[in-house]
Design a protein around this ligand. Structure first.
Ligand SMILES: Cc1ncc(COP(=O)(O)O)c(C=O)c1O
Length: 376
């Protein structure tokens, strides 16, 4: 099976990297960093973007900028990459894990509402796999209960809720440009917001407490160095230029593949409410009902990968079942859906959706075969 390699790159990345090389200004102050910030923020429908070293520190500095700290609780989904929770813990606050919805894989707004306590300060929603969480209900919850809403949009470059892009709906959004992500420079991150003051605060915290127009050796608050390098920005400017076409290809392939497999009993892909009108398709997520399709998730995963289709059998545990959080330092709400997904969900990475028509047909055949008894 001829799946495209990931990451995708070409002459444009090389030309921009060369520009940086020859400029002699390789750090975060090369103008290409500002250019990427404004290009990316505009792409996400945000007024401001602050580039950062990676998506993890983007979450950390976002929480710091809004003053989340000891004594505060932050509601997070039980299913995400660990940074969504560790950013809260590293701020000295307590992550409160709540359940996801069965087929959107995103935070369940009712479960989030039930988890609010007098200590609740913020809500971090993840647009899992690139599908927007239910922002109408989560934004209403945040407004009603006075919570700061942060979008962890590490998977959601280009994703939309009612035409508004990820990172532009909450108080702030955070993105990752790590190697597997929707666009990548190997590592990288961004904080987006429509609040100029917050953007300036994040920029200062991430740049040693400096202020624009003041000297290099003048530091006004306790900052650190989370700056993105010019190398990262050069690659990301080129990657962003490729993104609309790549997303279009993935959406077409995903729609075709889902339609082809609609008759398969017991295989159910991620489901979006109509308001989630655009999906980045960073991941194609699904769940396997073993009783109905004759294969367990693990059998399906083994059979599919044996046929050359990359597939991940979901996370090995909910965030609270990680060794770190088994020691405590968190609050855990009942999460039966998250726990079920650990045993029956899977995802296919974005490059599975980036091949030609023949490859798409081969993938459909491989998925069907992986669900047939006897193939495993
Ligand atoms: C949902 C989510 N949040 C945050 C991150 C952290 O991003 P990074 O790897 O750039 O630190 C990731 C990355 O894997 C992620 O998947």
């Amino acid at each position: 099976m001829q799946l495209p390699n990931w990451p995708v790159y070409g002459d444009r990345e090389l030309a921009l990297l060369r520009e940086v090389l020859e400029s002699g200004q390789w750090g975060g102050y090369h103008p290409i960093v500002k250019r990427f910030e404004s290009d990316f923020a505009a792409f996400q429908h945000c007024a401001h973007g602050v580039s950062l070293a990676n998506g993890t520190v983007a979450l950390e500095v976002a929480l710091e900028a809004v003053g989340v700290g000891p004594g505060d609780e932050v509601i997070v989904p039980a299913i995400s990459f660990v940074s969504t929770a560790t950013a809260v813990s590293r701020a000295g606050a307590t992550p409160v894990f709540v359940d996801i919805e069965p087929y959107s894989f995103n935070m369940n707004p009712e479960r989030a509402a039930a988890a609010v306590s007098p200590k609740s300060r913020a809500l971090i929603v993840v647009h899992f796999g690139g599908q927007m969480a239910d922002m109408d209900r989560l934004m209403a919850l945040a407004a009603e209960r006075g919570l700061i809403l942060i979008e962890d949009a590490a998977h959601a470059h280009g994703s939309e809720w009612k035409g508004r892009r990820a990172g532009s709906l909450g108080r702030m959004g955070t993105f990752s440009f790590q190697n597997s992500k929707v666009i990548t420079a190997g590592e990288g991150g961004m904080m987006t917001t429509n609040d100029a003051e917050l953007a300036a605060r994040v920029r200062s915290l991430a740049d040693q407490g400096r202020r624009p127009g003041e000297g290099w050796f003048f530091h006004f608050e306790l900052g650190t160095n989370y700056r993105m390098t010019a190398w990262q920005a050069a690659v990301l400017v080129a990657q962003l230029e490729r993104l609309p076409e790549q997303i279009g290809l993935r959406r077409r392939n995903a729609a075709w593949l889902r339609a082809e497999l609609v008759d398969v009993e017991g295989l159910r892909f991620q489901e979006a409410p109509p308001q989630a009108n655009a999906h980045s398709y960073y991941l194609l997520l699904g769940r396997i009902d073993a009783a109905r399709c004759g294969a367990t998730r693990d059998e399906f995963h083994r059979a599919l990968t044996a046929q050359g289709v990359p597939c991940t059998p979901f996370y090995p545990h909910t965030l609270y079942a990680n060794p770190l959080y088994r020691q405590g330092g968190c609050r855990v709400e009942p999460c039966p859906v998250s726990e079920a997904c650990i045993t029956d969900a899977f995802w296919l990475p974005q490059r599975v959706l980036m091949g030609d028509e023949e490859t798409a047909r081969e993938i459909v055949a491989a998925i069907r075969a992986a669900l047939r008894p006897g193939v495993r």
